[in-house]
Write a protein that binds this ligand. Structure first.
Ligand code: WTA
Length: 684
């Protein structure tokens, strides 16, 4: 949280003390087979070889035309990578794998109902489907290079097929997380000026059939309010020919994709040769202001970066069966379920549902049955599985060589359980720290080269030079036990190009804070500000402490406090709202809302419920607050800023410190008593 009164110490400056964990070495068996066991990689990617070191990643790809300039930094912070180069992402992830891997599984889709059969999509089948859907997007939906198309798809094979089809023709895809509301989807359509929506009929989650097409109807209606006329809705059926939604198809607007594909069966379209700098996709994410921002990712640099990190950090070989249990609707899924693994010719497993369905043994049955040997997931999933089935994994005969964690800090205790019980002590763990904006990993160990340290991500990955700055831009040196703001000193190929439609916001959000000279053309003057607090130990490993801005991570999902507050304010009678993060054993954090009322309204259970349901409607069920406290007034500074830090301390039963300088100090104690009483009430 940023400092809210002058002179106050920000969270990131507070010294952090924790027990140093012991290093754990990777097993010899892992090292023997690793893609990268050569220590020399750190030297090759050291600053003196920057930026040319990144040729090593770009050379993993097939280029139609080789680039002439590795990094053009003449217009900071709008970096250009592999300038002059031409390539196609769909070609790199699909076509070029055909000669060797035509009949090898590219994607194995595991439906949530356990009695249903897996769907195995070979590279040849992927090639056929991607071509057919690309033709549908261009000839039927009228989309061409540079247009935006919105996907609101859950974890079904249609999603990677749609992404690769769009990429084949340079259509910029904008996948909205399947669990987001129709309203959130419509807002993203508006921002990206996208008129075609790709969705599906329905999907299974936690044993329930969810109607996705009904969401699409609401999205179209909502988009219209924002001035976007959705001309076509393309509806994939989860199983071709069998429609599982209750919503009626709208004549002239809605079309079944399987029927469209039937009409173009067997046809092919050449992949369009794209400039390395042409945008590939948008991924909206929450920031410190109300509106989510569209992170715009480029073609060449992005693919080179995810291919390189998939190969050297995740250690993916074409022979591996790799399962990233994340949602493709998030950046992790884009980079490390679809683009990275497929560019390497791997077999990528996709699971439709929740990990505990029908019981906490499910992931391990999938791993055993499919012979998964690389497993990748988020701490929230690991915590959940640990609680529900601490010994469950022991019953199954799978063997992982490597496991990854991503998205939130992982507690050393949980890390150890992951290592010992899930990994059976045989697998290396990479704790990968990065963000939607970054395209790929920032900090992690290279698993065959560096030892693991529970709870610490590791140093910067090759070619990433992180640094910690204090609020004044002074470097916080390693080993001082002091926290600060983690920044990356250099540009890298995976970094987003800009915020879609808001270049000035891009500069302000990520570069203004620590830029040494706005006129400078030297990248060294433009450190990237990540927005996370971190500490660096003597050994160079970074421990990430979490967001310092107004972002809450709930079960690995990124939510903006402003978005939550705006949603709460749509409730009649609510005058002001503050969203804060409460610590949660399972989810890391959960949102809590404090709200004050307009005159003439009084607190009630119904009003609290209304706030909860409005937030679910505006943003989606993942954003539901765990408690709503209706209070007389919110604690404020004399200049009128809401003291979220104090409200967070109360929700977490922590000391809230000196509040005497506030405009309304008495309210703090009143709120504390109320929260205490309520939470005691809910515990009994
Ligand atoms: C947090 C997810 C600790 C961090 C790829 C970051 C982590 C935010 C880690 C980005 C990690 C991500 N350890 N914290 N290994 N990985 N984070 O955009 O706060 O959904 O800023 O990208 O997640 O979340 P996003």
């Amino acid at each position: 949280m940023q400092s809210e009164t002058p002179g106050e110490i920000s969270e990131a400056q507070i010294a952090v003390h924790w027990k140093e964990e012991q290093f754990i070495d990777p097993p010899a068996r892992f090292i023997a087979q690793a893609n990268m066991a050569d220590q020399g990689i750190y030297e090759r990617f050291s600053e003196k070889n920057f930026p040319e070191c990144f040729r090593e990643y770009a050379d993993l790809l097939s280029w139609d035309r080789y680039w002439h300039t590795t990094l053009d930094s003449s217009n900071p912070p709008f970096w250009k990578w592999f300038v002059g180069g031409k390539l196609n992402v769909s070609y790199n992830c699909v076509d070029r794998n055909l000669p060797k891997y035509r009949n090898k599984a590219a994607i194995i889709w595991v439906p949530e109902p356990e009695e249903e059969q897996d769907v195995i999509v070979t590279y040849q089948e992927l090639y056929n489907k991607v071509n057919e859907f690309a033709i549908a997007l261009s000839e039927f939906a009228g989309l061409k290079k540079g247009d935006r198309v919105t996907f609101h798809l859950p974890m079904i094979p249609a999603l990677p097929i749609s992404m690769l089809a769009a990429a084949r023709l340079g259509i910029i895809h904008n996948q909205v997380f399947g669990g987001f509301s129709a309203k959130a989807c419509a807002e993203r359509m508006e921002d990206s000026k996208s008129h075609v929506l790709v969705t599906c009929d329905g999907y299974y989650r936690n044993g329930q059939l969810l109607d996705k097409k009904a969401d699409a109807d609401a999205t179209v209606e909502e988009a219209e309010k924002h001035g976007i006329i959705v001309k076509k809705v393309l509806v994939w059926r989860r199983l071709p020919g069998k429609y599982i939604s209750k919503s009626k198809m709208v004549e002239g607007r809605d079309h079944f994709v399987d029927e469209l594909l039937d009409k173009v069966r067997g046809r092919k379209v050449s992949p369009l040769s794209m400039d390395a700098e042409d945008p590939l996709f948008l991924m909206y994410t929450s920031g410190s202001t109300g509106r989510p921002k569209g992170c715009q990712h480029r073609t060449g640099g992005y693919l080179a970066y995810v291919a390189g990190t998939s190969k050297f950090v995740l250690d993916i070989h074409p022979e591996d069966t790799y399962w990233c249990y994340a949602d493709i609707g998030w950046i992790t899924g884009h980079s490390y379920i679809v683009y990275g693994p497929l560019s390497l010719g791997a077999t990528s497993v996709m699971y439709e549902g929740v990990p505990m369905f029908p019981d906490p043994g499910r992931p391990w049955r999938i791993a055993e049955r499919l012979g998964v040997n690389i497993f990748h997931t988020a701490p929230t999933t690991i915590r959940m599985l640990r609680k529900a089935g601490p010994k469950e994994a022991e019953k199954y005969g799978y063997h992982f060589k490597s496991m990854t964690t991503v998205g939130e800090p992982i507690e050393p205790e949980v890390w150890k359980w992951y290592y010992e019980v899930i990994g059976k002590g045989e697998a290396v763990i990479t704790d990968t720290y990065w963000q939607t904006e970054n395209g790929g990993f920032l900090c992690s160990t290279l698993p065959a080269i560096l030892p693991m340290k529970p709870g610490s991500a590791g140093p910067g990955v090759p070619g990433i030079y992180p640094v910690i700055y204090d609020e004044d831009g002074k470097e916080v040196k390693a080993g001082l036990g002091k926290a600060g703001n983690i920044c990356i000193r250099n540009p890298w190929p995976g970094i987003m190009q800009t915020i879609w439609g808001s270049p000035e916001r891009f500069v302000r959000q990520y570069y203004s804070k620590y830029c040494r000279d706005e006129k400078s053309k030297d990248w060294r003057d433009w450190p990237y500000f990540a927005g996370d607090g971190a500490v660096q130990a003597f050994d160079g490993y970074f421990r990430i402490l979490g967001r310092i801005d107004d972002v809450i991570k709930v079960a690995g999902h990124r939510l903006g406090t402003k978005e939550l507050e705006n949603a709460a304010l749509t409730t009649e009678g609510i005058s002001e709202a503050a969203a804060i993060a409460q610590n949660d054993e399972m989810r890391g954090h959960v949102p809590i809302i404090y709200a004050s009322l307009k005159p003439g309204y009084s607190p009630s259970k119904e009003l609290e419920q209304q706030v909860i349901s409005n937030i679910a409607k505006e943003l989606g069920p993942i954003a539901k607050p765990h408690a709503v406290y209706i209070v007389q007034d919110l604690p404020k500074t004399r200049s009128g800023k809401i003291m979220r830090r104090v409200l967070a301390a109360i929700a977490n039963s922590e000391e809230y410190g000196d509040v005497t300088t506030l405009a309304n100090p008495d309210i703090v104690e009143t709120i504390r008593k109320m929260v205490q009483e309520k939470s005691q009430g809910s515990n009994t």
